[in-house]
Design a binder for this molecule. Sequence first.
Ligand code: NAP
Ligand code: MG
Length: 397
Amino acid sequence: MSITVKGPIVEMDGDEMTRIIWKMIKEKLLLPRLTMDLKYFDLGIRRRDETDDRVTIDAANAVKECGVGVKCATITPNAARVKEYNLKQAWKSPNGTIRSILDGTVFRKPIIVKSIPPAVRSWKKPISIGRHAYGDIYKSVEYKISGAGTAELVFTPEGGKGKVSLLVHEFKGPGVIMGIHNTEKSIRSFAKACINYALGEKCDLWFGAKDTISKTYHGFFKEVFDHEAEARRADFEKQGIRYRYMLIDDAVAQIMKAEGGMLWACMNYDGDVMSDMVASGFGSLGLMTSVLVSPEGKYLYEAAHGTVMRHYYEHLKGNPTSTNSVASIFAWTGALSRRGDMDGTPEVTAFARRLEQVVVTTIEGGVMTKDLAAIAEPKPAKFALTEEFLNAVANRL
Ligand code: NAP
Ligand code: MG
């Protein structure tokens, strides 16, 4: 019996090993059990090149319209890829293009499997990280100072009147300076996206910054976050979740003793550093999911890893591969359960949850790909090949 997914899902196909996995996931797990209205866009590198990357823009706009999308990993071309695929040019990162069209924030969330113990003993539930991906040191102006002199911060309002100039430092000798910025619009979008994510996932929201030291810059982030969270207070209460502002060092200390199960919203640099810490603490890239959430509540799900090029080249040579498909499967279940929630079709959400459960119990039952076999406790006698793992999941489903 087939379950009908009412609303449309935007499907973005991708490249290399993940494209191969993508097809298997659909054929073995989804299409035999679901009737779906898929809006298919081929974001494989050849199609992007043929369409002068128009297909990426069309796909992003389709997510704006449909509300939910799922994306396979894609090649971001560099000089070597331009040569390899004989491309017209080194097209921009599809993820970057899509993110700027949806004005979204990326959240990463690990998949928890009992036999893959996290490096931190207290972590029992996933810790999601939301990274503000605009500004601060990633859009800075820097200058190396060769000798004594005066550094100032100058702001000239449009029209030129009311110029402000602040002394940064009177240099007595060589040194270095940096100017950074952010915009209220970007910070507010980020806060809204984090709040939407926390409400959607029914998890607490933490936001950490250093407003005791940076009373104006970090203080402004706190002010915007507090204000946006206050505006949704009733929704937080309804979902039984909490918003907590804390100093960033306090947040770091508390996360190491926490059970998990929260969204940790981070300023750009903190998110860069902490997402790598949390990802490696939970075990494997193959277990890390990622979702782009727009301030209007549009969702695009994907795996956090890339196209796993090395495995693809082995595959092309005819060698067996053991590529982990878990994060790609969870990209689909994320999109399906979101669709189920939006359409009021609990059977769709239930199917997605069951598929996730089956994936986890398959691994806990000792069937897993090589990347997980290396870190599992207990270690399995052998690891599963790419297709063997998916067959094992399909059989249990
Ligand atoms: P990658 O695809 O994430 O793979 C790096 C290495 O991590 C692999 O060689 C493999 O290690 C391990 N790995 C990652 N995912 C795995 C999985 N599912 N199962 C088993 N092992 C896994 O990164 P990359 O090779 O640096 O990048 C390849 C392409 O992906 C690039 O063209 C890049 O532009 C693109 N990319 C796309 C996205 C995206 O679309 N979101 C994100 C990142 C990168 P071993 O080789 O040790 O087995
Ligand atoms: Mg990083």
